[in-house]
Design a protein around this ligand. Sequence first.
Ligand code: BJW
Ligand code: ZN
Length: 255
Amino acid sequence: MTPAMPFPETLLEALTRARHVVAFTGAGISAESGVPTFRGPEGIWSKFKPEELASMDAFVRNPALVWEWYTHRKTIIAAVQPNQGHIALARMERLFPRFTLITQNIDNLHRRAGSTRVHELHGNIERSYCMTCGRPCPDVSLSGQGQIPRCQACGGIIRPDVVWFGEMLPEDEWNASAAAAAAADVFFSIGTSAVVYPAASLPLMAKRSGAYLVEVNTEPTPLSGQADECLLGPSGSILPSLYEAVATRRHKVND
Ligand code: BJW
Ligand code: ZN
């Protein structure tokens, strides 16, 4: 049982009346599972500059280094479990008439927690494809000898199916996410530093279209000043507690 946490009445009221809720997540939601975030003292980027690893230039310059990084992260992700924050969002899918989950994460932990409809804006680490013929190549990594993976059909270089800096986001996922943001009654921005665009524009689009904007983060971000509510703390504690508070109220309203 999650310990009760006091939430502002305005937030509980907005969630009790909401028909369409959107949750937009970043690396912070997976931090309590043991997946490192990108920025900050513990982040992946404290050891590497983003352009050194997450760009096509970096991949062309040193594909083995980039593959080493993704292979390392795949190993971490395969060994961890979704946390209470992921699980609370999966449960929220069944609480509201319409619930949209949008993630910048590539770790697949939302699906593993039970969320069934997930818009992945920056791809998925479990997928890869051949840069020459486009063939999907699941479950590839750097070999023990440090060889980069090659396509079995054409010999081309395989890359992870993720979105690097300077690359376009998947069009369908972006369009669906932008439409959901514009139609949201309540929009949650959870565990993201809100600095990488165009993803970081979604909370602002939602707010402009009249959504009640809620940020859940252990630290303030550039978005905090725009939020109607900033819930400061770990998402693995805040989200389950909020779920319990809202589920009780919504069930009462529907009884
Ligand atoms: C907790 C917690 C706990 C911790 N509970 N919270 C100048 C201005 C504006 C834009 C640009 C610019 N120059 C270039 C651009 C565009 C660029 C961009 O935005 N750059 C900025 C960084 C300056 N964007 C792009 O290039 C995008 N494409 C694009 O724009 O296309 C159009 C175009 C095409 C061609 C030419 C020109 C334009 C693509 C961006 C792709 C980002 N890719 C990555 C890697 C994905 C693959 C992989 O994972 O390896 O996506 S980078 C990385 O950042 C990853 C993340 O999804 C993304 C966001 O990070 P996130 O999730 O916010 O993580 P953190 O670590 O930053 O934050 C964690 C947060 O959690 C913190 O706030 C903590 O406090 C919090 N937290 N524990 C709650 N327990
Ligand atoms: Zn190929």
